[in-house]
Design a protein around this ligand. Structure first.
Ligand code: GLY
Ligand code: MN
Ligand code: MN
Length: 441
């Protein structure tokens, strides 16, 4: 409760000269009489913690007041959907001094407008309030302020993220323990998701990726219906949300509980790369430089195995290593799995010679993922143009022997700290011996 009050105050301090209004999410119909499972809008969750649909938030910075507006619930609603917290309960649950019904919003905004010439009203709320508001509206400034604030996590938010990580970590460990050849990928998905649900975490941050063997080379694999086979690896990228805050965790483990020589070789390169990049995740470091570092380490490892040939700079800048590692190293994590990056002010030019999507100077309070990977992707390795372009850099004959391999990704969630080592929120075995032990065959 205190946490959400602090967050609203922080927003009011950034935008002290205007009324702030946000709309919560509303249920989305799926088909006649059925709705998609409701998940609150991230900005609204950030400021209120309210997970129920149909609310509004009014912040009056000059008078230091925040009001929550909730739907008026009729008898019909009570018959079909049961109890919904009323004003008294919401005051206690979410720490608001004022809770009104949403049909009182217009009147309340009109009244609070006195003394303001400006408003920060989110578009969804503005549609409802257009008639009532005479002030100039600056929704872009509200967007920027929220992104700036959301980028750096407070201790309250970190506690929520820790809980999402703990539960998701337990799900990963249970999946490692229970996965067996002969099962289907969705059975392993069920093990993970059951563990999260059992702990009360009903939302996932993103659809679970459970990819056995060659399927692991499909970066956003979602079919999750293939058989697990003895001797293959299983890649699982899955994370649940706690009060909207996501975990984003990937582990890759041997289905029969023992890595083969070849699997160890590839896995070790990814693991060492990830550990070094985590160690270097410090304030002031530019995320794009970390990505380039990860490309160099992976290129070096693949060159050691004879898959790549030539100078490291050329392999990285020329793009050969990207055929095996075609995604980013890191992204922000929070209320969205690919979370806001901190608004325009922090957007900076990419100082490296390779294309990178997420470029930011790391700051204390950022939570970022670290997720290097190596994949053997048929669409890339058998592309005639790429084969011509990289014939001096890649041993394609050797790479073809790995087309049944799939891939390895290892992904942890890291808190950047003012001083000292970065804090790893993810507690799932990743050293080879520990993974084999967790598989427990
Ligand atoms: N699970 C999505 C990602 O790793 O970015
Ligand atoms: Mn990720
Ligand atoms: Mn992931």
């Amino acid at each position: 409760m205190e946490h959400y009050g602090d967050v609203r105050e922080a927003l009011a301090r950034r935008l002290p000269d205007g009324l702030i209004v946000l709309a919560g999410g509303v249920p989305v119909p799926r088909n006649f009489d059925v709705e998609f499972v409701f998940r609150q809008k991230s900005d609204f969750l950030y400021l209120t913690g309210v997970e129920e649909p149909g609310s509004y938030l009014l912040i009056d910075p000059r008078r230091s007041r925040s009001t929550l507006f909730i739907p008026r619930v009729d008898t019909h609603h009570k018959v079909w959907l049961g109890h919904v917290p009323g004003p008294g309960e919401c005051r206690k649950l979410y720490g608001f001094s004022d809770v009104l019904y949403h049909d009182q919003l217009e009147q309340a905004v009109k009244k609070a407008s006195a003394g303001y010439r400006k408003a920060y009203i989110e578009p969804a709320a503005y549609r409802k309030l257009r008639g009532a508001v005479r002030m100039a509206n600056a929704p872009g400034a509200l967007r920027d302020a929220l992104e700036e604030l959301r980028a750096c996590k407070t201790p309250g938010e970190l506690a929520l993220m820790k809980r999402a990580s703990m539960v998701s970590g337990a799900g990963h460990r249970e999946a490692m323990r229970q996965a067996r050849s002969g099962m289907r990928e969705y059975e392993v998905q069920a093990v993970f998701e059951a563990e999260c649900l059992r702990a009360g975490l009903r939302h996932l941050g993103y659809p679970s990726i459970v990819a056995a063997g060659a399927n692991a080379a499909v970066l956003h694999y979602h079919r999750n219906d293939a058989l697990l086979k003895d001797g293959e690896l299983l890649l699982m990228d899955a994370g649940a949300e706690f009060r909207g805050y996501a975990a984003d965790i990937t582990r890759t483990f041997p289905i029969n509980g023992r890595f083969t020589r070849r699997q160890r070789d590839i896995y070790s390169i990814v693991l060492e790369t990830q550990k070094k990049c985590i160690e270097n995740s410090r304030p002031g470091v530019i995320s794009a430089d970390l990505h380039v570092q990860s490309m160099r380490l992976i290129a070096e490892g693949l060159r050691g195995l004879g898959l790549l040939k030539g100078e490291l700079d050329g392999l990285v800048e020329g793009g050969a290593v990207r055929l095996f590692y075609p995604h980013g190293l890191t992204h922000m994590l929070g209320l969205d799995v690919h979370d806001v990056t901190g608004g325009r002010k922090r957007r900076m030019p990419n100082p490296t010679k390779v294309p990178v999507r997420f470029v930011a100077k790391l700051e204390p309070g950022f939570v970022i993922t670290m997720e290097p990977g190596i994949y053997f992707i048929e669409a890339l390795l058998n592309d005639p143009k790429l084969r011509r372009k990289y014939r001096h850099a890649i041993d394609f004959a050797k790479a073809e022997k790995f087309l049944d391999f799939g891939g390895v990704r290892i992904e942890d969630d890291i808190v950047i700290r003012e001083s000292g080592a970065p804090l790893n929120l993810t507690d799932v075995p990743k050293e080879i011996a520990d993974v084999e032990e967790a598989c427990g065959r």
